[in-house]
Structures are given as structure tokens and as C-alpha cells.
Design a protein around this ligand. Structure first.
Ligand SMILES: NC(=O)c1ccc[n+]([C@@H]2O[C@H](COP(=O)([O-])OP(=O)(O)OC[C@H]3O[C@@H](n4cnc5c(N)ncnc54)[C@H](O)[C@@H]3O)[C@@H](O)[C@H]2O)c1
Ligand SMILES: [Zn+2]
Length: 355
């Protein structure tokens, strides 16, 4: 399968190519068109370093994980690039998961006021979600992704052959974002996933490619409508945050150690689906259906911190919220989402004790 998708709006054009065993060619093509190319490579990726056949390619290897999305991670990478004579005609290629992509995108958008940026996502999560849409950034002690830019990569290559070395726990983390896309936008995709989840998780090639393609199309729908998250309606990019208000607070509370991103947002999605049900938006039968699917896929669904006051502090630090109110992107049925503005934090605490 070879698909090429496009995001096109007034200012930008990003191409997303889905193609197997294509990394070497992709990197060399970029090297032919750019003066100097830096491949920022996740140290867990075992790809042949022959990708750097050309003299103008330099490889910088980083041991990845949420800990690189910090001031220190930003400092280390920018200083390494400056020492290696990066210039405005240089291109950065991030070859790794969402953490590497988010950090490198932020560096590419800010270093020398902007460098050419390319992405080769290597986790399922980054292939179906974080590599699409141009958001990047780092965390602060006060919360996740509080520093960042919108900076679109010129091209993204999705190559599923790299997923063979990815641990099951990380595959499931990516699956959580796939199911999120279905829950907010596409009931028939949810039904298809009910039948095919095991095949996606076990990397059945054609089923996996279809799940990735469908997922990207849903994410693109929102990015095209609302690149910078300005809208406050059902087409807002904020709908993609379903499960993330709670999920980000959990990740931040545990300092990104107890759960990976997909696990935290799985707990977030179930909790926010329960909040949707509590508020009379989502029916109990649909809630049950969602819980059944999460159980079948052995996705995380709960954690003791949900009932703890400390979580509220983290929730109000989320960049979408004000001091006393919390915004949620909720679902009103499977495949349909709505923006729920300004839920008072005392009420949120009460709901969390009840559900
Ligand atoms: N920018 C966005 O729009 C957006 C969207 C969703 C998530 N995110 C961010 O993405 C991050 C999570 O990304 P992630 O789940 O890819 O985590 P990650 O980058 O930490 O990767 C997970 C683990 O897998 C390893 N790995 C990566 N590719 C591998 C491969 N092919 N084989 C073996 N091991 C491999 C990594 O070294 C790491 O240990 C979070 O910080 C989240 O906030 C961003
Ligand atoms: Zn996410």
C-alpha cells in the first residue's frame, strides 16, 4: 500500500507518505535537496546507519522517553546542533517516537528561527497521532506540553516496518490514540476496531495499515478545520483532547513514570466517558460498550489518584483551563464529541468521587 495524504491550507503544505521499507531512500532524497541534514535518532531504533550514505548527513542519537521533553533536553539538542555548525539551510529529521518528534519539532521551529523539518515516526502512537498536525513542545514541572509551537514538518514518512521491534506495551499505547479517533468521530471505525483490535495490536499488515490510515484521516479532518485550535465547536481541534484533560494530569502527577502516554489517556478516556455519562451526554449502554472494548484489549481504565484532591491541582494547570474551571472534550455518543466548557473544579471533584 502506498498512500500520500496532504494537509493543504493557506500557509502550509505537508505531505504524509505511507510506505514500507522506505527510510533510507527518504533520508537520502532529503540530503540531495538540503545543504546539511541532521538525523535525530532514537537510540532504540535499530536501523542500518547506511542511511547516511551521503557526506552531508550527521546522526545524533538520543535515549528517548518523556524525560527528553524538558528544558535540559532542549538545551542539549540545540547546543549539539550549534556545535555541529547547523545553519538556516539545514534540515532536521526526527526518527523516533512522539517524545523525540515533539522535542525535535520544537527545536526545528525555534533554532535560528526555523529549520526545515521532517519526521519519521517509529512508534504506533507517533504514526497515528503525534506526527500529524504540527504540534510540538516540552513539559515544565507545572504540566505537560506547556512550552511549544505549531510548526509543520515538510514531509512525514510512515513506515510500518519499524514497528516490529516495538514492545507490546507501546503498541497498545498507540492503539489508545486510534480508539480515541474512533470514539470522537467515527462510529463505523469503532465497530471495525471491535472486530479487528487484536489484529491491529498483533501488527497484521493490511489491518494495521487500514487502522493507521483511518486514524490519520480523522486527525487531518480536525487539523485542516482548525490548525491552531481556535474553534470552540464540534470541529475544533480540541476534540482530539478527549481523554487528555484527565490523562495529562495523571502523567504529570506521576512525573511521567507510572504510565506511558497511551496508558494515561486510556484511563483518561474511560474517566471522561464516565463524566459524559454522569452529565447525561452519553448513554449507559454506550458507556458499557466502550468499557467492554477497553477490557478486551486490556487497556488501563483506572487509578487511585482519580479520587485524590492532588489531581485537581494538576487539572487546573492544564493549558486549556482557567483557575477554577476545567474544560473537557467529551463524547455524546460513540463517534461524536462535544466541547464542554468551564466545569467548576469543585463539581469535577464531586463527579470523580461519584463515578
Ligand atoms: N504532538 C502531538 O500532536 C502529540 C500527539 C500525541 C502524543 N504526543 C506526545 O507523544 C509522546 C509519546 O510518544 P510515544 O508513545 O511515541 O513515546 P516515546 O517517544 O517515549 O517512545 C516510547 C518508547 O519506545 C521506544 N521506541 C520508539 N520507537 C521504537 C521502535 N521502532 N522499536 C523499539 N522501541 C522504540 C522509545 O525509545 C521509547 O522508549 C508524549 O510526550 C505525548 O505527549 C504528541
Ligand atoms: Zn495523546
Amino acid at each position: 500500500m502506498q498512500n500520500k495524504l496532504y494537509i493543504i491550507n493557506k500557509k502550509l503544505e505537508t505531505s504524509i507518505l505511507i510506505k514500507k521499507n522506505h527510510i533510507s531512500k527518504f533520508v537520502n532524497d532529503i540530503a540531495n535537496k538540503n545543504e546539511k541534514v541532521f538525523c535525530i535518532l532514537d537510540s532504540n531504533i535499530k536501523i542500518n546507519l547506511n542511511i547516511a550514505k551521503q557526506k552531508n548527513i550527521k546522526i545524533i542519537t538520543i535515549k528517548c522517553g518523556e524525560k527528553i521533553k524538558t528544558f535540559n533536553g532542549y538545551k542539549n539538542l540545540t547546543e549539539k546542533l550549534i556545535r555541529s555548525d547547523v545553519n538556516r539551510k539545514s534540515a532536521l529529521i526526527a526518527i523516533g517516537g512522539g517524545t523525540l518528534g515533539d522535542l525535535t519539532g520544537f527545536v526545528a521551529g525555534t533554532l535560528l528561527r526555523g529549520l526545515n523539518f521532517f519526521l519519521i515516526p517509529t512508534t504506533l502512537l507517533s504514526q497515528v497521532d503525534s506526527s500529524v498536525g504540527g504540534k510540538n513542545g516540552i513539559n515544565t514541572i507545572y504540566g505537560k506540553n506547556l512550552l511549544g509551537t505549531f510548526y509543520q514538518p515538510k514531509e512525514v514518512l510512515i513506515d510500518i516496518s519499524v514497528l516490529n521491534s516495538l514492545p507490546k506495551k507501546e503498541i497498545k499505547s498507540g492503539y489508545a490514540e486510534i480508539i480515541k479517533h474512533a470514539l470522537i468521530k467515527d462510529y463505523s471505525f469503532f465497530c471495525w476496531l471491535e472486530k479487528n483490535a487484536n489484529k491491529v495490536i498483533n501488527l497484521n499488515k493490511s489491518i494495521l495499515e487500514k487502522a493507521i490510515y483511518k486514524s490519520i484521516m480523522i486527525k487531518l479532518f480536525y487539523v485542516k478545520k482548525d490548525e491552531k485550535e481556535f474553534l470552540v465547536n464540534k470541529n475544533s481541534r480540541a476534540m482530539l483532547n478527549f481523554g487528555h484533560t484527565i490523562g495529562h494530569a495523571i502523567e504529570s502527577h506521576y512525573n511521567y513514570k507510572k504510565f506511558n502516554h497511551g496508558e494515561a489517556i486510556s484511563i483518561g478516556m474511560i474517566t471522561e466517558a464516565k463524566i459524559s455519562n454522569y452529565l447525561g451526554l452519553l448513554s449507559s449502554s454506550e458507556l458499557k460498550k466502550i468499557i467492554k472494548h477497553f477490557k478486551k484489549c486490556e487497556l488501563k481504565m483506572s487509578d487511585k489518584i482519580l479520587k485524590n484532591k492532588q489531581l485537581l491541582k494538576k487539572l487546573t494547570k492544564d493549558k486549556k483551563n482557567s483557575q477554577n474551571n476545567i474544560n473537557f472534550s467529551l463524547i455524546n455518543k460513540i463517534g461524536s464529541s462535544i466541547f464542554y466548557k468551564k466545569l467548576d473544579k469543585k463539581k469535577v471533584y464531586k463527579i470523580l468521587q461519584y463515578i
